[in-house]
Design a protein around this ligand. Structure first.
Ligand SMILES: Nc1ncnc2c1ncn2[C@@H]1O[C@H](COP(=O)(O)OP(=O)(O)OP(=O)(O)O)[C@@H](O)[C@H]1O
Ligand SMILES: [Mg+2]
Length: 295
């Protein structure tokens, strides 16, 4: 990858729970395991990505938690302790709001060798979005300007977004080369997809920005539901054939639904892509597709 410029991929969908965070962390880790230098940015006030990747987060074991039962202590304080946390002096909010914050001050190492993170902590981003909104200064380019400072240090930047379309999302879109939209089969998910595409189209036409937009199917039930695969195939060939004014690509790789892995991953932060499951294979294929697109 030497000589090639840093590629910024923003993973968006204003629909919640479609796999944005799982895709962000697994793709980021997957790329880093392939020797790429990766920066992941948590642009969601929920800070899920930050929890997955920072070292101070506890693995959760329900049996263990039951034993630790708070007794008469304040259960909210107890719960916070059970979950664990890592404090970061500066995060994505500082970067977006303070003109004098340098991007390097907001970048931290993760537990993976080639993977750094700009974290999101303490739901500060909700306020940050409001502040950007009322500010007269145009701050939509803040992240883009900041990333220019580290363009020689990373091969990929992966951005996990909140399930909404706000000034933070705009910031992440303004600096993106590629937009990945994770999509699930379902009525609300499909109508959410139309909304995301309309937002992106408006942005592209208003600002004459140029994106590669990629769709990745998520949580696909395999085996017993062949109709799902037939639908995905039809959807892919229709969308890939149609000539949009921009590059729209439904990716070949799809991410399967895996109950066991999913429920386990909500308790511990072990990365799916590092395991031996079918889902790990799916994420590896996706990582390879992203790498091949670039070559
Ligand atoms: N392939 C999968 N199979 C089964 N469950 C999954 C899969 N991918 C993600 N999940 C589960 O679905 C839930 C939502 O996933 P995730 O947090 O990645 O979505 P999201 O789009 O980031 O959500 P939000 O919009 O709240 O940020 C999580 O509990 C996650 O563990
Ligand atoms: Mg998320």
């Amino acid at each position: 990858m030497k000589g090639k410029s840093m590629k910024v991929i923003s993973i968006i969908n204003q629909k919640g729970g479609v796999g944005k965070t799982q895709t962000s962390v697994n793709v980021a880790v997957g790329l880093s395991l392939q020797g790429k230098r990766v920066l992941i940015i948590d642009a969601d006030a929920q800070g899920n990505c930050t929890s997955y990747l920072s070292e101070g987060i506890n693995e959760l074991d329900l049996k263990d938690i039951i034993q630790k039962n708070p007794g008469k202590k304040n259960p909210l304080i107890w719960l916070k302790d059970v979950l664990g946390n890592e404090t970061f002096e500066k995060d994505i909010s500082n970067l977006l709001l303070n003109d004098y914050t340098r991007v390097e001050e907001c970048i931290y190492k993760t537990k993976y060798e080639n993977l750094d993170i700009i974290p999101s902590t303490d739901t500060k981003l909700i306020k940050t979005d409001q502040l950007i909104n009322v500010d007269n200064k145009l701050r939509h380019n803040r992240l883009k300007r900041a990333l220019r400072q580290v363009k020689d240090q990373y091969d990929f930047v992966i951005i996990d977004n909140a399930p909404t379309f706000n000034c933070i999302t705009l910031n992440t879109l303004f600096c993106a080369d590629q937009i990945i939209i994770p999509l699930k089969i379902g009525r609300f998910e499909l109508s959410g997809f139309i909304q995301v595409m309309q937002e992106i189209e408006t942005l592209m036409y208003d600002y004459e920005s140029d994106y590669d937009v990629s769709v990745v199917w998520q949580m696909v039930h395999r085996g017993n539901r062949p109709i799902n695969n037939a639908f995905i195939e039809m959807f892919g060939s229709t969308f890939n054939q149609y000539e949009f004014e921009y590059n729209l690509n439904v990716m070949d790789s799809t991410i399967g639904y895996q109950e066991a892995v999913a429920s386990k991953s909500t308790l511990n932060t072990k990365m799916i892509i590092e395991g031996n499951s079918k889902l790990a294979e799916d994420y590896k294929k996706l990582v390879n597709e992203i790498l091949n697109e670039r070559n």
